[in-house]
Design a protein around this ligand. Structure first.
Ligand SMILES: Nc1ncnc2c1ncn2[C@@H]1O[C@H](COP(=O)(O)OP(=O)(O)OP(=O)(O)O)[C@@H](O)[C@H]1O
Length: 254
């Protein structure tokens, strides 16, 4: 049903200059259910923005739309040279998709790791396309990333033998190695204890400080409080936006 058209873009990093994500007039429906109708917001690179709202409000769906994992019915999402327009026509070229894969980093609830590979092989994936790196340099980067997430020396451990929280931290190490321009994190701390929750938030903050635009879908007030902006998807937020004439929804918590 829904689909996307994009403008051409060949950039694999947006970090040369600050950039803004602008979503305008987004409309998303599933059958008879309308999740949003003419919803707009902005978010800046170098910041963490929380996507909040009750279960079913559409937080994951919004991340999927920004990451082009699914389409939307109307509206536009723009960041850097990337411009996605919702609608019935669909064309995203293979080259654009490949560039977009480099720009985006996902930290999703199912971790996205290959369970039958070991940790090192999973962490080699984001380094595959880095030119000029020796094998020793790659191994050193992997070792450092694993140190950073509190899993030193686990390179040869098979993913399926790790706990959910440990797998989440391997996924975080993969994100560090990828160093993407746009980070889309879906409930990134829900499987973690307090210490590891703070570790994940610290890494996401560091990625933002290094110039990434970080969007975090979350139920947690603690996580939202650590963000610089907030996009609310609750019925009350949507009501307020309608009353405000569809102005952008991102706000800074005081
Ligand atoms: N592919 C789909 N087909 C039909 N309905 C869908 C589909 N994907 C999501 N939905 C519906 O859209 C709504 C929003 O889902 P979404 O997962 O985005 O919400 P959420 O805010 O992330 O929820 P949670 O906090 O529980 O993870 C839900 O009611 C869900 O059932």
């Amino acid at each position: 049903m829904t689909a996307i058209t994009t403008t051409a873009a060949t950039t694999t990093s947006l970090k040369d200059a600050p950039f803004t994500l602008t979503a305008t007039g987004l409309t998303k429906t599933f059958g008879n259910r309308t999740l949003w109708d003419g919803f707009s917001f902005t978010a800046e690179s170098g910041t963490m923005t929380a996507i909040t709202g009750p279960s079913g409000a559409g937080k994951t769906t919004l991340l999927n739309c920004v990451g082009l994992l699914e389409g939307f019915d109307a509206g536009q999402i723009v960041y850097g040279p990337w411009s996605f327009t919702g609608g019935p026509r669909h064309h995203v070229g293979a080259r654009e998709r490949s560039c977009l894969r480099e720009v985006l980093g996902f930290l999703f609830q199912n971790y996205g790791l290959v369970e039958t590979w070991n940790v090192r092989r999973n962490l080699m994936v984001p380094l595959r396309n880095r030119r000029g790196l020796t094998s020793r340099a790659r191994d050193s980067m992997i070792a450092q990333a694993l140190e950073r997430v509190g899993l030193p020396g686990t390179q040869t451990t098979m993913i399926y033998t790790l706990s959910g929280g440990e797998q989440q931290r391997v996924a975080l190490a993969r994100l560090i190695l990828k160093n993407p321009s746009v980070v889309l994190a879906d409930e990134p701390t829900s499987a973690l204890d307090h210490a590891n929750r703070d570790l994940v938030l610290g890494v996401l903050r560091q990625l933002a400080d290094d110039g990434a635009l970080v969007l975090i879908a979350t139920h947690s007030d603690h996580v939202a409080d650590r963000c610089t902006g907030q996009v609310g998807l609750s019925p009350a937020d949507q009501e307020r936006r309608h009353g405000a004439g569809q102005r952008p929804a991102a706000t800074s918590p005081s």
